[in-house]
Write a protein that binds this ligand. Structure first.
Ligand SMILES: [Zn+2]
Length: 567
């Protein structure tokens, strides 16, 4: 807030106590949104028609007539034309810089066979300077005939001048070309690292596919983004977030250089999405040393959280289960490298918690989730009760016995419904009906009193909240085979989904008093939609567009104009 605005706010506060003076200088709003169909996500006043904003805060919510008195000569007025206005979406789990890079790199997610895979990689190679890395990908071999993993032989002929490392869409495996393997020093003699696999052919030679910890062999030789490049990538991500109505993100495992880029954009007034950053728990010493605690920072940029990894993913068969995969007996997944030994993870969690930092742990398989709940209860036993808001990221496959203590420990389930309609195509074949019935169990979580926060895991899945809400409400798998929902008893209503995406995510970052609903006093983050998602056919929700995105009272996206625009 500018000092001028702050002064005005103080004057307003004083005038409120001085009716005589107030009469001659009525305070006015900076922004009014009128004629809207508002769903506030505030139980005290669920529906409204108009909202008034002063500075970056909401000052009034009600009928058009209730805010009319706040209109002044300089008030900007948006006539919503009866469209639906919601609190801005808060994506509780993103990889923001990866997302921005994805917008700029080779896209292979919708590829359904090797020819197109090669064609797109070749096209990217043509526009990439010699020697520069070709990254991106998000390929998904389950969409190919035979679902065979791609190999380096496929892409070597079209990428002679560039090292290539193309990630699987879940980030748990990636394909290197020969040049990348050479730079990484990966040969037939290289042993599998703990927590990872170098996929080999019949002769023992690497095929180019690396799984989980083995991907680090290549990642560690990829030069970091140059600073200017990183800032450019973040700007792409910010634009995209604005265009889909995402006003806050919770950034999992950012590099410190990412946070530096956010801080630079914050200073120049260009940070249009609010960011809560959770660097890796392996770096816990740094935040402990500074002495900051959870959710430390300002309305646009906060730190004070840590991201840990317990296991891998279902897609890569590295999610850690009690029982083996149905289609791969003998394999029940892998604990992540940082879980060896378990006491190392426990020590880091104890250290983080003692310092008041928030812990967000990636856990997908039922046994990984169970072990993390054990570690969380160890922390509670050691340090006593506190409002610590432990999180489990993904919380995909629950053991029946763990729902109750999940709720009792106050753990937040930070979930990504889009994964459900994506994995739902093949998950049952991998884990069987019984385990699948407790997969993405959003309804059971709510029934058991677990806090839900919605997100996407962008760039693993699309950032667009309409796809997430569509997924949670319909559970209709992407292959069209479950039009009435895959395990339909786990469907949520649109109201519950919107609430998890706004108040739920705000709670997950200790910001429920600052945002998450359209309530006087809160930050003015709102999104105007093309259609009323509460009344349209749920299958149409995925086509709904964002007309306007407002962050802190500023219009940062307007579908009728082309950004950037001054406000
Ligand atoms: Zn993630």
């Amino acid at each position: 807030m500018s000092s001028m605005k702050l002064t005005r706010l103080l004057i307003v506060a004083v005038l409120g106590l001085t009716p005589l003076v107030q009469a001659q200088s009525q305070p006015t709003a900076d922004l009014l949104v009128i004629n809207a169909k508002i769903w506030t996500v505030d139980a005290n006043q669920p529906k409204a028609q108009a909202v008034a904003v002063f500075g970056d805060r909401i000052i009034a919510v009600g009928a058009n007539a209730d805010v009319e008195g706040l209109r002044g000569p300089h008030t900007k007025v948006i006539d919503a034309g009866g469209k639906l206005l919601l609190p801005g979406f808060n994506d509780a789990h993103v990889h923001f810089v990866s997302g921005g890079m994805q917008l700029d790199s080779v896209q292979l997610n919708d590829v359904t066979g090797p020819d197109e895979f090669v064609r797109r990689t070749a096209a990217q190679a043509k526009k990439t300077p010699k020697g520069e890395w070709i990254l991106g990908g998000d390929w998904d071999e389950t969409k190919w005939p035979g679902a065979t993993l791609p190999t380096k032989e496929l892409i070597d002929p079209v990428t002679p001048e560039n090292p290539v490392f193309l990630s699987r869409y879940d980030g748990h495996s990636a394909l290197a070309n020969s040049s990348a393997l050479k730079l990484a020093g990966v040969t037939a003699q290289t042993p599998d690292p703990p927590g990872g696999t170098i996929v080999r052919d019949a002769q023992g030679n690497p095929t180019g596919d690396l799984k989980d910890a083995a991907t680090d062999l290549v990642y560690r030789v990829i030069p970091p983004l140059a600073h200017d490049q990183r800032v450019r990538v973040v700007k792409r991500a910010l634009e995209h977030a604005a265009s889909v109505g995402v006003t806050s993100v919770q950034n999992m495992d950012p590099e410190y250089a990412d946070i530096a880029a956010y801080a630079e954009l914050l200073q120049s007034g260009e940070l249009t999405t609010r960011i809560y950053a959770a660097p890796l728990i392996t770096q816990v010493d740094d935040q402990v040393k500074i002495g900051i605690r959870h959710a430390f920072g300002g309305p646009y940029l906060r730190i004070g959280a840590l991201k840990a990894f317990a296991d891998g993913s279902l897609g890569s068969r590295t999610a850690y289960f009690f029982e083996p995969f149905l289609d791969e007996p003998g394999n029940h997944g892998l604990l992540a490298g940082d879980m060896h030994p378990l006491s190392l993870m426990r020590d880091r969690m104890m250290q983080a918690d003692a310092a008041g930092l928030q812990i967000c742990t990636h856990a997908i398989g039922d046994q990984a989730i169970s072990i993390i709940l054990d570690l969380y209860s160890d922390v509670v036993k050691a340090h006593g009760a506190a409002d610590r808001r432990f999180r489990i990221e993904h919380a995909q496959h629950m053991a029946a016995k763990d729902f109750t203590r999940f709720a009792q420990l106050g753990v937040i389930a930070s979930v990504q419904p889009y994964h459900a309609i994506d994995d739902g195509r093949w998950a049952e074949g991998r884990i069987g009906h019984d385990r699948a019935s407790r997969t993405y169990p959003f309804r059971t979580f709510l029934n058991d009193g677990v806090h839900l926060a919605f997100g996407t895991d962008w760039d693993v899945a699309p950032l667009n909240p309409m796809l997430t809400i569509y997924a949670a409400v319909t559970r209709a798998t992407l292959d069209g085979k479950n039009p009435n929902g895959w395990f339909p008893e786990q469907k949520l209503s649109v109201e519950e989904s919107v609430s998890a995406y706004t108040m739920g995510s705000a709670y997950a970052e200790f910001q429920e008093r600052e945002k998450g609903s359209i309530t006087p006093g809160k930050l003015a983050d709102m999104v105007l939609l093309s259609d009323d998602i509460f009344s349209i056919d749920p299958t149409k929700i995925r086509d709904v567009k964002v007309l306007k995105t407002i962050v802190g009272g500023r219009v940062i996206w307007d579908s009728s104009r082309t950004p950037p625009y001054a406000n």
